[in-house]
Design a protein around this ligand. Structure first.
Ligand code: TXA
Ligand code: MG
Length: 340
């Protein structure tokens, strides 16, 4: 299969929408990361998404919509979901809700669960595209399962060329971290994946989270059961990561935050001024860069400087901990790499 690169102009957005309607796989930019889109109503198309990413089929996909109404139409909405939708959509929040009996979304997209993940992205091109498609679009991050999420079209091409029909190039993703995944199916809301909408921002709208019911720690059984994508080894570059680095060894690349440690042979600074928003936007591009350039220079690892754990820092640290987690190598466990 030849993967076409489409530039986001009116005609090519319409063409991408038509390809999606025809059941093809088209990656497109959102405000968070690039998604690998396919219509969520067709089990055949959804199966091809799983195959292109090499993603385990027990890990469900997020369905994307152009409007709040279209998204909530597929689920059994509650007063709290309505409030959250009004506060954060369009935007980087994914809600897990009970699937409506008449939902058009196929079982495979939901991995057979009774719940479904829905999101209304804020990216203007994504919204035009979704409106033109007129059907729910399943879109996991457009990377091979277990690898770093793409924040530009070149990252998508590097990971999935020949495996998908097209990439709609919308430039760099402004936020750079995946959406926050919030489970609303239980007695209390639970954050399954910290992300672009901070806990503080959510609490501002729905009040404090019950203790112990926020983010399960990565790789815990609880996390794996509630959200199949919350596996510990995830977002992994090829070079190993060393967190909380206070120095940089001569054979290590450096992922810096603020004033870089001296003597690093290769540096990507997430934010020289110590700004977490800038750091989030530059995180995956930095990991892609250090991994590729570091391997080319024969370096053996990536040292990661510490950063604050509040606000977006929490989601950034979550991704870095997953990227640093030991890789599972047992054949039966490779499936657990994939939140993809
Ligand atoms: O920002 C994002 O969310 C991006 C863009 C493209 O929208 N998408 C994305 O999708 O990150 P993905 O597939 O890489 O991550 C979706 C996460 C996974 O951890 C998955 O397990 C979880 O959402 N998820 C999806 N449906 C779920 C469900 N019904 N119950 C629990 N977790 C679910
Ligand atoms: Mg992913």
């Amino acid at each position: 299969m030849i993967t076409r690169l489409l530039h986001a102009k009116t005609a090519s957005i319409a063409e991408a929408a038509q390809m999606l309607r025809n059941g093809r796989l088209v990656a497109f930019g959102t405000e968070t990361v690039y998604g690998l889109g396919g219509i969520a109503t067709s089990a055949e198309t959804v199966a091809r998404i799983f195959a292109a990413k090499n993603r385990p089929v027990f890990n469900p996909l997020i369905s994307h919509f152009p409007t709040i109404e279209a998204a909530l139409h597929e689920v059994i909405a509650t007063p709290i979901s309505q409030r959250l939708a009004e506060a954060f959509w369009p935007g980087p929040l994914t809600l897990i809700l009970p699937r409506h009996a008449e939902s058009q979304i196929c079982d495979l997209a939901c991995a057979g669960l009774a719940s479904v993940a829905v999101r209304v992205p804020a990216h203007p091109v994504a919204r035009v595209l979704l409106r033109a498609v007129g059907l729910p679009v399943a879109a996991p991050s457009a990377n091979p399962s277990g690898r770093i999420s793409p924040t530009n079209a070149a990252h998508v091409v590097a990971g999935l060329e020949g495996r998908i029909d097209a990439v709609l190039d919308t430039g760099d993703c402004p936020v750079g971290l995946e959406s926050t995944v919030l489970d609303l199916t239980g007695a209390h809301p639970v954050i399954l994946r910290p992300g672009a909408i901070t806990i503080e921002a959510l609490e501002h709208v729905i009040g404090p989270f019950a203790q112990k019911e926020t983010t399960p720690s990565p790789g815990s059984n609880d996390a794996a059961l509630r959200s199949p994508g919350m596996m510990s080894s995830h977002y992994a570059p090829t070079l190993p990561l060393r967190l909380n680095a206070r120095n940089c060894h001569e054979n290590e690349a450096l992922l810096a935050f603020g004033t870089p440690l001296s003597h690093a042979p290769l540096i990507w600074n997430l934010s020289a001024s110590g700004d977490l928003v800038e750091a989030a936007a530059r995180l995956y591009a930095g990991l892609h860069f250090l991994d590729k350039a570091g391997c080319a220079q024969g370096l053996k690892g990536i040292a990661v400087m510490n950063m604050p754990g509040h606000g977006l820092g929490q989601a950034i640290m979550d991704r870095l901990q997953r990227a640093a987690a030991p890789r599972m190598t047992h054949p039966d466990e490779t499936a657990f790499e994939g939140g993809g």
